[in-house]
Ligand binder design. Structure first.
Ligand code: C2E
Ligand code: MG
Ligand code: MG
Length: 512
């Protein structure tokens, strides 16, 4: 129904009015109902489409939000343990520091490292290592309170941030409790069929007007000091450690060049039969002459070499040089053997056996003229792997000695496992043999033990004739020490060897 009316005088405007289509009229229009029904269906479909689209948009939004949270969580947490990672730990530490500055009470950082964790991975595989780390994380998490943060930084390194503002105990006490908790055996029955006990070391740093990164660095330095002091303990950061750490880094950099710059050398300390009068051989001892600082004692630079991994190329050089030197003496007609110290870090790798073989074939030294000395402590870090590698060395025909014996508290059961020829009784016991009943009894027991197991005993650090006499009475096979001969440069050895009379005089002077 359409009505048109012209308006305006000249009729230029026409108003058109359309009315709704009544049902009757609809019926009157051909196909009207069909059009109307179709329209309804289209509208319903459109409505459904819009509804679905808006629902899936909601769902999509939800998913995006979820995924974002998940990614955020992943970016800030360690996937293995679920603990905050380094990034989040630093962020939390910065927040805590800001609060701490307002309250003027410092916060504390505990830097935790598991002693000897590498060996868990190396010996039992990564599955056991992962399970172990998860248990460590769980124990640390259990100890920290609300407001504090536990985090995993890397590998076996964990961190605890103590919000000292709310702390009612000193960080040292928390560290002590952590050490106790971490020392308890871990149940790895599913992975390795038994329990495992490891200790931890902790570095503590407290601060207020500092950055989180600096606080972590300080705690790391304190951790290093804890490791150096013998592990299984905590050490709190002191400013003096900073310079010590810088010194160490500088020394490490210098040590990296020392080999190439010809600053390393070997000195040789003679070993003697204690009953006869025979010079048996020499122990090769490493020396470093620093271009500015002068001689640096091995007890100072060998731990640096071990920590940095430099001990492997250096150890290779020591082996080759000592073998070449001994081969030369033997070629001159002296029936001598040489002993070379090998660090635990070298024993960690199968390369050691290859390197010993190479040093022997290069120098032409017979295998039986070489003794490899390994400290009791490094053997005990991973007794099974040590025994395996020592066995491989023995198969080459070289001899094996346990150095510094008596300091590592190894059980006798272990000693039987190791294919060794000699035990070197540590200087600490020898020095007390003539004055302390306890030391004397201990040395006698060690010598007796050696005899029972069919091992040779060698006493280290013999400094005076009373000690020598006591060792002879106890039946010790051989010995070395300042009394018998100091470590000397190859020229000194040549002199000693070439002038037999001088050697015999020195021997007589020693009271034999
Ligand atoms: P060590 O293998 O137990 O060597 C014996 C140490 O005792 C040597 O110290 C030696 O000079 C010292 N000594 C010998 N007789 C006496 C004595 O009568 N009295 C006293 N007070 N000391 C005596 P040095 O040369 O300073 O070496 C210290 C340690 O450094 C060695 O102990 C050894 O563990 C390590 N070392 C030395 N050279 C090497 C090396 O080439 N490789 C490795 N991995 N370690 C080495
Ligand atoms: Mg030695
Ligand atoms: Mg020793």
């Amino acid at each position: 129904m359409v009505q048109r009316t012209a308006i305006g005088g000249d009729g230029r405007w026409i108003v058109t009015v359309r009315g709704g289509v009544a049902a009757a009229e609809l019926a009157a229009v051909p196909g009207g109902w069909a059009v109307f029904g179709g329209g309804l269906v289209v509208t319903a479909l459109l409505a459904a489409l819009i509804l679905t689209l808006s629902r899936s948009r909601e769902r999509a939004l939800e998913m995006v939000t979820q995924k974002t949270c998940q990614l955020r969580h992943q970016a800030l947490h360690d996937p293995l343990t679920g603990l905050p990672n380094r990034v989040l730990a630093i962020d939390r530490a910065e927040q805590m520091l800001a609060r701490a500055r307002r309250a003027q009470v410092p916060i504390a950082v505990l830097y935790i490292d598991i002693d000897g964790f590498k060996h868990v991975n190396d010996t039992f595989g990564h599955a056991a290592g992962d399970s172990f780390l998860r248990s460590v994380a769980e124990r640390i998490r259990r100890l920290v309170r609300e407001g504090d943060t536990a985090a995993r930084l890397a590998g076996d390194e964990f961190l605890v941030l103590l919000d000292t503002v709310t702390l009612d105990v000193a960080p040292e006490l928390v560290a002590e409790r952590l050490l106790e908790l971490l020392r308890e055996p871990y149940d790895l029955t599913a992975e390795i069929g038994r329990e495992l006990a490891l200790s931890a070391s902790i570095g503590i740093a407290c601060g207020l007007d500092t950055s989180a990164e600096q606080l972590l660095a300080d705690a790391d330095i304190a951790l290093y000091a804890a490791k150096e002091a013998g592990r299984d303990r905590f050490v709190a950061f002191e400013s003096g450690m900073q310079t010590a750490a810088q010194d160490r880094i500088a020394l490490e950099m210098d040590l990296a060049d020392a080999l190439a710059d010809d600053e390393l050398s070997l000195v040789y300390q003679p070993t003697f039969d204690l009953l006869g009068e025979r010079l048996r051989g020499f122990e090769a001892l490493l020396r470093w002459s620093h271009p500015l600082r002068g001689p640096i004692p091995p007890d100072e630079f060998i731990p640096i070499a071990e920590r940095s991994g430099l001990v492997r190329p250096i150890g290779r050089w020591v082996l080759r040089t000592a073998c070449r030197q001994a081969a030369q003496w033997r070629a001159q007609g002296h029936e001598l053997s040489v002993a070379v110290n090998v660090s635990g870090r070298q024993l960690d790798h199968d390369d050691l056996v290859r390197e010993v073989r190479a040093a022997l074939s290069e120098s032409g030294l017979e295998a039986r003229s070489l003794t490899i000395e390994i400290t009791e402590t490094s053997l005990m870090r991973d007794p099974a792997a040590s025994a395996r590698r020592l066995q491989a060395l023995k198969q080459l025909g070289v001899k094996v000695a346990i150095d510094d014996f008596g300091t590592g508290y190894s059980s006798l059961a272990y000693l039987r496992q190791f294919p060794v020829d000699t035990i070197k009784v540590d200087r600490a016991f020898v020095s007390g043999i003539a004055t302390s009943l306890e030391s004397a009894a201990l040395v006698r027991t060690l010598i007796e033990l050696g005899r029972t197991l069919g091992l040779e005993t060698l006493a280290e650090g013999i400094e005076d004739p009373d000690q020598l006499a006591a060792l002879q009475r106890a039946g010790c096979d051989s010995g070395q020490g300042f009394l018998l001969g100091r470590p000397m440069a190859p020229e000194g050895v040549a002199e000693l060897l070439n002038d037999r009379r001088a050697a015999i005089a020195a021997w007589a002077g020693a009271g034999l």
